[in-house]
Ligand binder design. Structure first.
Ligand code: ZN
Length: 307
């Protein structure tokens, strides 16, 4: 009897191990457009958030800066179900671009977080993957501005530079497709902890689904439009989740950012979402953020207080 018990226990332990982190993630970083995006601080928070779910095995891959030596940089995208980008570089060698395009066309997964949609302004295929982007000389030549008006995707082709934001205020995120797997079970409207609210993003907008928006308030240098906050896209057989949230560690500490990032990454990797919504998810009236995550920025303790 004892032997049978031990055998069952061993089997149970092995099953448990086999059910461990199963989705392989490449977390890509290595450059940002300026000191305002502290990518070295952002990466550990993104990694922790994915690993906490118990579903993801995360390898951080740090690329050279665009002007650096790429001779020995040969990321094997095909080893991963999803590539999460915290990387904002202006340019890549053609062979790496082609490898990434092939990976995506064959059914890869991609998640672009905040400033990763500033990257690669002139790489046409990348701009198809992200749908809309900002800065790095993007303007009317790259596509119209995209937003939601009267419940429908709308666009404005008039000239102007792509990308703007106001001060970092809390703002309300609204589900445009509450039944989408990434959003199902979340409040229809919830408050995001202080962050930049991107606006005037431009791009091809093909195969793009804006699943959540936020009102860009003219009182905070906004457009008066419902701007895209969360998007899903397809590229070939590949799936993309695009979140414009996440300027800094403070913004990343928002439970709403975290949960949509965790769920969006699972969706990009598998096409499904199996994660439950935590009880501390923000509501329509109040933000919810994790102090332990906010403290991963050394500056947090110096400025801590009501915000
Ligand atoms: Zn930013």
């Amino acid at each position: 009897m004892l032997r049978r018990y031990l055998a069952l226990t061993l089997f149970a332990s092995l099953s448990c191990l086999a059910a461990g982190p199963s989705i392989k993630v490449m977390l890509l970083d290595g450059q940002s457009g300026g000191p305002y995006h502290a990518w070295r601080l952002v990466t550990p928070v993104l990694k922790k958030q994915l690993e906490e779910t118990g579903m993801f095995q995360v390898d951080v891959v740090t690329a050279p800066e665009s002007t650096g030596d790429f001779t020995n940089f040969n990321p094997d995208f095909s080893k991963y179900q999803v590539i999460v980008s915290n990387y904002d570089a202006p340019e890549w060698p053609d062979r790496i671009k082609t490898a990434f395009e092939t990976y995506m066309k064959n059914g890869g997964g991609f998640v672009t977080v905040h400033a990763a949609d500033n990257a690669f302004g002139t790489w046409a295929e990348y701009n198809k993957m992200i749908g809309v982007g900002g800065w790095r000389n993007r303007n009317e030549k790259d596509g119209p501005r995209w937003f939601i008006k009267d419940g429908k995707m709308s666009s404005d082709p008039s000239p102007g530079n792509a990308g703007s934001h106001g001060a970092r205020w809390p703002y309300a995120v609204k589900s445009e497709q509450p039944e989408h797997p990434i959003l199902k079970g979340l409040p229809k409207v919830w408050m995001h902890h202080g962050d930049e609210l991107y606006a005037n993003l431009r791009g091809p907008g093909q195969n793009m689904n804006i699943i959540a928006t936020a009102f860009s308030d003219p009182a905070n240098r906004g457009t008066g439009r419902d701007e895209p906050i969360l998007m899903t896209l397809s590229y070939g057989k590949g799936r993309i989740f695009h979140t414009v949230m996440g300027h800094d560690v403070n913004a990343l500490s928002c439970v709403g950012f975290m949960v949509t990032f965790q769920r969006g990454t699972e969706w990009a990797a598998t096409g499904k979402v199996t994660q439950k919504v935590p009880a501390n998810f923000p509501t329509e009236k109040s933000v919810s953020y994790r102090v332990d995550l906010a403290e991963m920025d050394p500056a947090f303790k110096r400025v801590q207080g009501p915000r």
